[in-house]
Design a protein around this ligand. Sequence first.
Ligand code: GCU
Length: 360
Amino acid sequence: MAIPQIFRDESDKKNWNKRREEILSLFENYEYGKVPEMCFDNQGCILMERQELTSGHIKECYGMFFQKGKNYANLRFDLVYRESEKKLPVMMQVDPFANNPLFVAMMKNYAPNAKMDERFPMYDFADQGIAAINVDVGSLSFDDPVKSNFGMLELYPPEGPNGWCALGVWAWAMSRVVDFIYADTRFDLDRIMIAGCSRAGKTALWAAAQDERITGVFASVSGCCGSAMHRGKTGERIASIVKEFPHWSCAKFKEYADREEELPFDQHMLLALIAPRPLYITSASEDDWACPPKEFESCVLAGEAYRALGKRSLSSEVFPEPNCPISEGTIAYHIRKGPHGCKTYDWENVIPFMRRELNF
Ligand code: GCU
């Protein structure tokens, strides 16, 4: 099958909301699964700890709980900010890596000297007038094929071919944090940004595709099931991702191992679901597993949605050299020189882009 189109004809452009729903349900039914109907017996959000640090930063730790019968699921997140007269723009990070020893061991292989806070420098953001929220989504569904079934997936287990999965739970968690932001007068609701690196980048894209309250998106090295097109992808492909990480996608998706061409959608349509909101996609030059050319291609193709919604797409459709951002439009891309990850260089480009596009 040729690459499926975002707009099959003019009427898809005119009735974008309808077409948007159709595309959304393709991703629900074939890749990330569908959020079940839920009804909790009790739920809440508790401020567990508040610290005024000598640096002047405020750090708060929250715990959300969701109860059904005798079972609970918990979601932890941290907020760091500086007091301000103005409402604060928010940058939330999807963090499935917190407290995960497997990840810590893996990172040692990737980048032995990497500073963990390069991925999400919360205190720097606070200094720039941005509230930083780090969401430990693994507290709701642990990133492991077996352990992911505890927590939220124990309350609502996946059912049928489009039953939800860990990645779907993580995206849902981000929307619960958006509920928290909406209920709190400290935050600027027009400037709620989400960021995620790698598996968390996949999640950030899926969360923003579903939740239009998220107003800006940054996905770094999100690769397979993230920003990279499935068709023609090298490095990680569906066969390997569903084998190594069977808990990330819905059951139906596994049927498409080595059948990428038959998928009724491709990942540029996920990016189109984020249009017309600001979206920054990054790759890394040493990250063949994620396949940077295919991460770029989806940005080029999603440009059609940005243009149709009155925004600027990428200003160049030629795959760029490392460290040469294409960031004049509302969808932006760069490939950073170096290994897989999210680094200071990425943030140095993403934050000014968000400031320009969201006007803060
Ligand atoms: C593995 C996995 C990728 C994922 C990455 C990460 O490499 O195959 O799909 O993006 O881990 O999350 O760092």
